[in-house]
Ligand binder design. Sequence first.
Ligand SMILES: NC(=O)c1ccc[n+]([C@@H]2O[C@H](COP(=O)([O-])OP(=O)(O)OC[C@H]3O[C@@H](n4cnc5c(N)ncnc54)[C@H](O)[C@@H]3O)[C@@H](O)[C@H]2O)c1
Length: 447
Amino acid sequence: MPKQEQGGRETAAAKVAPANGKLGVMVVGLGAVATTMIAGVEAVRRGLAKPIGSLTQMGTIRLGKRTENTSPLIKDFVPLADLNDVVFTGWDIFEDNVYESAAHAEVLDKETLAKLKPYLETIKPMPAVFDQHYVKRLNGTHVKKGKNKRDLADQVIADIRAFKKTVDRVVMIWCGSTEIFLEPTAVHKSIEAFEKGLEANDPGIAPSQIYAYAALNEGVPFANGAPNLTVDVPAMVELSKRNAAPVCGKDFKTGQTFMKTVLAPAFKARMLGVNGWFSTNILGNRDGEVLDDPGSFKTKEESKLGSLEYIFQPELYPDLYKDLYHKIRINYYPPRGDEKEAWDNIDIFGWLGYPMQLKVNFLCRDSILAAPVALDLILFLDLAKRAPQLRSLGVQEWLSFYLKSPQTTEGLYPEHDLFIQSMKLKNTLRHVMGQELITHLGLEYYD
Ligand SMILES: NC(=O)c1ccc[n+]([C@@H]2O[C@H](COP(=O)([O-])OP(=O)(O)OC[C@H]3O[C@@H](n4cnc5c(N)ncnc54)[C@H](O)[C@@H]3O)[C@@H](O)[C@H]2O)c1
């Protein structure tokens, strides 16, 4: 179907630029999630597997009335980069190439990795910006040296500029570790304050922010897959808008929070009360090891806690949710590797206050869930950069669908309900392609 011309429903929208040429993807942190994504993209390109879990690759979008039966694939409706045009590079604090790192992560089986080895071996990390103060459980050996944080940012900018010469467009994604909990300080208030802070080695500037600053400075969109503060500060949003480099974050929404943002809206929609939600996890990958440090755990905990508070709106529904006790535990348990297991005990109550319980036991695979999320964020951020309606907005809230702790513009509460997020995403795609939005009102069928 020709783009922006389906069925006469289109409105006058500025056109999205086509996805011509190569899309360069700069991945910060070539660990379990990143290598599973990169290996998966290559497996799909070679016809070895299907891109299950990826909305950009498998999803469709309805256009017009239900009776029109028009539901093209999203990738045929909006001009997304073709997977064959995606080129990967990245940074890590360890020298392992993507094959070695994927083998270490033990997410994909040996047979699959062996088939992909010649390609995966070619992707070797550049030295990283790293400081153990921000990730206590890691001790990096493959790191940049510089006289201050400004110098380190300049080295990342040099990496970006060199890569830009080999591709047509660039997106950066943080798949690195969870840093210690940081709150915004004066150094994050404006671009000027941030740049002074880089010179002065301000402790409020974490390594993830040095990469993000470099990306945004170069007009490169940035996605934050971890719960780190990174681009969720005024200085970064200002830089994002100024240089038309869209940003989104924080923290890939994959296992337990994904389920939470499905179940909680269901209880609320039916006005069922909830007074307890206990969530616990065991996982044994490197992410689990990093989260075993209280500083990194606090960052993750904050990210995971927010969803229920926003979905339940206890201030609007005190009888149902004001006494909710919400507890989250993450336990590092090496035998499980990437095969995380999550348990939720949910204490709910119904008509006349009668109590009930629901137990959820999700035996998931962390990086198998996260890889398609990372891929979609990359492809959609590249689209946002080419969409006149989106590129200078800064935060891309329509990508909240993929994120545990969605970043919004200042003063706006985030939408956590997965189905609201899904509608928001699809309506944004319709909007940028000049198609009518779908409100689900549906009265016209009964006229
Ligand atoms: N797997 C999931 O389902 C999931 C979901 C949500 C968020 N996340 C987050 O995504 C991130 C990646 O998860 P993972 O399972 O791949 O972890 P991982 O530990 O396997 O990979 C992280 C990689 O980042 C590297 N790294 C750390 N600091 C770096 C820096 N400053 N520069 C460059 N590289 C750096 C590490 O060496 C490691 O290779 C974590 O922050 C995790 O919390 C994962």
